[in-house]
Design a protein around this ligand. Structure first.
Ligand code: UDX
Length: 509
């Protein structure tokens, strides 16, 4: 059979079952659906339920008949994954229960469905690699973090060999010499947070280490980044993973392709953006209350923004996982108020540590903070972040430097103050401050005077300097998404390579 006569490719997409990973890979799924590729999207039962109940996934994907959600067996760990122990439990259960399940799905004529011609698995799910190799199905990895943090993870064995890890003494400002391409600026404190471990034999550390080292076994690696942002580091990665598809920023890439598709079909209905939230609070009633409140609060917060002068508001949000203590919350609050800058602050209902603090933090807040917030601030439980960052009133972003937040800020040319919480965020924030110079890095400090000073620097004293750099980076991001741009061309290449997989797998052609 000639390639033109073959049925459409059928890709199994398997994200790590956590919000950031699932959202990011859903964007990739939609980009592939737009190209006419059939997708089976594999999630755990709890994520499946949340997607159906709390997001627009059904309406969003209803226009792609080749898209279907598939659910892992119930025995897969389905509770919270906020601690290292919980992550290990999830991994262990995926190794035990996802493997046989994958073998069934990949078997020719499985359930009468068209055979899977290619797998795109999250770059931390090596059990998918094992099964793909065993069943001779091509597999491509997708890593949801940035190239720089990924490269730092990949270099950990060299750091250990050179004696740079585990750290000796408490000085986190010591320079790291063995992450090639970052020699001039990377300090211990800028390595992914897992590198601060003392016990390198701990299960969670060994897992993080070994999962990344498996990456070169995949036929290719997709990264949500763009060449002009992380070029020198991508050059390093290509020495180990030569088949790299840099197709980011994914959220902006998806919008670009949806607009193109809409223009082709002369309809604007496909350009609606989707919600990024589906796992914020615990009970069903709380979730429903939260979701209904969100609609009203979104209207109110956009109204708040439209009343502010152009380029005057600092947006504050620490993503979907970060938890802060009441003391930290108060340091930020004092810093924000003392800076006298206008602000819009997302305080997620589940982001404050300790049950009592969570319930009482407002009741016990000093009056002057409440008063000042009423005057020039606005607090919400969740915000439509992409919309907020694109609003003309917004001039800065106080962020945890999660990779999605970082890219969203880059695309809209919004300078950042980074207060990284964990994992890759420690590396992302160093790049924001020291390499791209589109903001300030406040890692490991939570003190009202520093918060105030950094806000004044970003929003007042050095406002023009940061804005100029951020706007230039935004221009480069958009350039990559033009028809001749690197991200655009790399996605076309990925789609072509996926089409070719129809001929590759033994017993799958
Ligand atoms: C996690 C990790 O913490 C992060 O380091 C890694 O890069 C990806 O997985 P998370 O904490 O969810 O990420 O942060 P981030 O990657 O920034 O993603 C947060 C997403 O939630 C963004 O897409 C953002 O737009 C969205 N969001 C957040 C909202 O839409 N509204 C909010 O109020 C807050």
């Amino acid at each position: 059979m000639g390639v033109a006569e073959l049925p459409p490719p059928h890709v199994l997409i398997f994200p790590f079952p956590a919000q950031g990973h699932v959202n990011s890979m859903l964007k990739l799924a939609e980009l592939l659906c737009l190209a006419g590729i059939n997708i089976t999207y594999l999630v755990s039962p709890n994520i499946h339920e949340r997607l159906l109940r709390h997001t627009d996934i059904e309406s969003r994907f209803s226009k792609y008949p080749g898209f279907q959600l598939e659910t892992l067996p119930n025995r897969v760990y389905q509770r919270n994954v906020n601690t290292a122990d919980e992550v290990v439990m999830l991994y262990d259960s995926l190794h035990s229960f996802a493997k046989p399940f994958l073998r069934d799905i990949l078997a020719p004529n499985s359930g009468g469905k068209p055979p899977v011609t290619c797998i795109i698995a999250d770059g931390i799910l090596s059990m998918a690699l094992d099964v793909a190799e065993e069943m001779d199905v091509p597999i491509i990895y997708f890593r949801t973090i940035g190239a720089s943090a990924f490269w730092a993870y990949l270099c950990i064995p060299q750091l250990i060999e050179a004696g740079e890890m585990p750290f000796t003494g408490n000085d986190l400002d010591i320079r790291i010499a063995n992450v090639k391409g970052m020699e001039g600026f990377l300090r211990r404190r800028d390595l992914p947070s897992f590198c601060r471990v003392q016990d390198m034999g701990s299960t969670d550390f060994r897992m993080v280490l070994s999962e990344t080292q498996q990456t070169p076994r995949a036929k290719g690696l997709i990264l949500n980044t763009f060449e002009d942002l992380e070029g020198p580091i991508l050059t390093q990665i290509r020495k180990i993973c030569p088949n790299l598809y840099t197709i980011g920023p994914l959220h902006a890439h998806l919008k670009t392709r949806l607009l193109q598709a809409a223009a082709r079909s002369n309809s604007s209905s496909t350009t609606t953006t989707s919600s990024n939230s589906f796992v914020t609070v615990v009970t069903r009633d709380q979730l429903l209350e939260f979701w209904h409140g969100l609609v009203n609060s979104t209207v109110r917060l956009i109204y708040f923004l439209t009343k502010q002068p152009p380029k005057s508001v600092l947006y504050v949000s620490f993503g979907s996982v970060t938890v802060v203590t009441r003391d930290q919350l108060l340091e930020f609050w004092h810093g924000l108020v003392n800076s006298t800058v206008r602000f819009l602050w997302v305080v997620r209902p589940d982001s404050i540590a300790g049950k009592d603090d969570k319930e009482n933090y407002k009741a016990t807040t000093p009056r002057e903070l409440e008063e000042a917030t009423k005057e020039r601030g606005y607090m919400v439980g969740w915000a439509p972040q992409e919309e907020v960052l694109a609003h003309p009133a917004v001039c800065g972003f106080l962020t945890h430097a999660g990779w999605n937040s970082t890219l969203e800020s880059v695309v809209d040319g919004v300078p950042m103050i980074c207060w990284p919480y964990f994992a890759d965020q420690q590396t992302n924030s160093r790049f924001v401050g020291e390499v791209w110079k589109i903001g300030l890095d406040m890692k490991d400090i939570c003190d009202r005077a520093i918060v105030e000073k950094m806000i004044r620097d970003l929003m007042v004293e050095r406002k023009d300097e940061f804005l100029q750099k951020a706007v230039e980076m935004a221009r480069l991001a958009r350039k990559g998404l033009e028809e001749e741009g690197t991200s655009f061309c790399n996605l076309d290449r990925l789609i072509e390579d996926i089409r070719l997989t129809r001929n590759i797998g033994k017993g799958h052609a």
